[in-house]
Design a protein around this ligand. Sequence first.
Ligand SMILES: [Zn+2]
Length: 272
Amino acid sequence: MFKKTTSVHFINAEGNGNRIMVIPTFVLLYWKKFIFVIGGVLSVLLLVLGVFIYQKTSEIYKEELHRANYIKSKIDMQKLQESFQSINQSMLKINGFMQERGLQKFSMKNVGGEEGFDIQDVNEVSSFYVGYIKEIENAITNVPLGKPHHGEITSHFGTRENPFSGGGAETHSGMDFRGNTGDPVKSTAHGKVSFAGVKGGYGNCVIIDHGYNLQTLYGHFSQIKVKAGQEVQSGEVIGAVGSTGRSTGPHLHYEVHFKGERINPELYLNFK
Ligand SMILES: [Zn+2]
């Protein structure tokens, strides 16, 4: 039907014209219908495209919704709140223990106990606990725990027979560990060396300040391996077993001071 053509000669107002356009005669005769059909086809194409885009978008939306619901199902708010309350209870207990032992108590508000919280609160509560646990961690690393030396305990804290005169009784200000000269002696907590040198009957002596009103003292060293003012970690070697000062043979004399008073170091040897 497009085989028959009609030539259209374009002529301007001056009567000149050199443009000739060849159009199928069919189009010239039925141009309205022709435009209508093309318009129709375009409309259908647009419609199909629109439906396609709509479907794709709603698919993505559905997926997002599904994901959100999945996350929601994984977070059981009821359970979460119970867990937070349990953490809260433990922290209050730890605070109590610390106070009983005369240690500095942490300030804490009852964060986990709030009634019904949302996701944002969960983040807030979590970061509070992270900070709080960090504080406890710092306190624990500064409390002398365990043994400074692996040797056998040969003398306990308190009243004992005088090892020098063989008669009468004296108060032993710490505890003794049997050892060989040169054995490494370790700090029982993180702290700062407040004394390192010769100190009367203690001989070569190291005192470490752990903060929280706690100090440890180590005596009769053959060798001191730290300097006053130096920071030490728990388990760090601070000296070597010896028999300097008032001593009957190589051993370690160990003391724990709390608020300036000598206390029984055995209280700090284990968690009991
Ligand atoms: Zn001793």
